[in-house]
Design a binder for this molecule. Sequence first.
Ligand SMILES: C[S@@+](CC[C@H](N)C(=O)[O-])C[C@H]1O[C@@H](n2cnc3c(N)ncnc32)[C@H](O)[C@@H]1O
Length: 243
Amino acid sequence: MNATESTRALEVARADPQLVVLEGFHAVKHALRFGAALTHVFAVEPAAARSLAVDLAPDLVDAFTERAVAAPQIALLGVHTGVVGIARRPAVDLAGVLATPTNAPVVLLEHPRRLGNVGAAVRVAAAAGAAGLMTTGTADPWDPTALRGSAGLHYALPVGRVDGLETRRPVIGLTPDGDRLVPSELPAGAVLAFGSERSGLSAELLARCDARLALPMRPGVSSLNLATAVAAVLFAWRLRGTN
Ligand SMILES: C[S@@+](CC[C@H](N)C(=O)[O-])C[C@H]1O[C@@H](n2cnc3c(N)ncnc32)[C@H](O)[C@@H]1O
């Protein structure tokens, strides 16, 4: 594939809602590891991409060796590892995740505004072993900015947008003015609902919650950043010792 063709493939992928562009070695690495259907892997220098795999992802050396195609012009994208991939966006069954009880919690972000927060939340949800991450509102959780923030970990769990909350799972609202969160009392398989950056959880969603819990903070601090709150709550759950 020549430079014009690879540049064109990236342009087409950016315009196609069924495709995503993965920027950076780690994003491509995670996508490969978690079963993404990659259509292209471009590298400024394929040998350098292979070396990164030898050092950082020995399980994927063959995958990078077989797939990485030279595309020196992607250096212009400013991706410091010199690796960019194109993958298909997976079909996810969010209704199924909400309907099927599991021990692992589901993260719900109500109307998030900052896509960087969505990406960071996906990354920590993948790391903690959440059953899925869902958003409400207009933002696409697969937006390129969110994908950059998750380092490709959108492929590690079901991620998508929902319009409603049809579920038999317990719904726990996280809000700074809630009752103190006690990790051992978090119910199994809960939907952990987090509010919007500025306004927090809506009155409607708070009314739907089975409990409203807070991460206790030092007096004078009004709230944590959204993705930080997601991380703290998920690892409070994970560190209980049974996960
Ligand atoms: C930046 S905060 C929103 C602040 C908003 N003014 C409020 O009162 O909820 C974004 C979200 O992070 C979560 N959050 C932040 N700090 C929290 C805390 N101390 N306890 C529980 N949730 C918290 C909540 O879900 C909150 O809606």
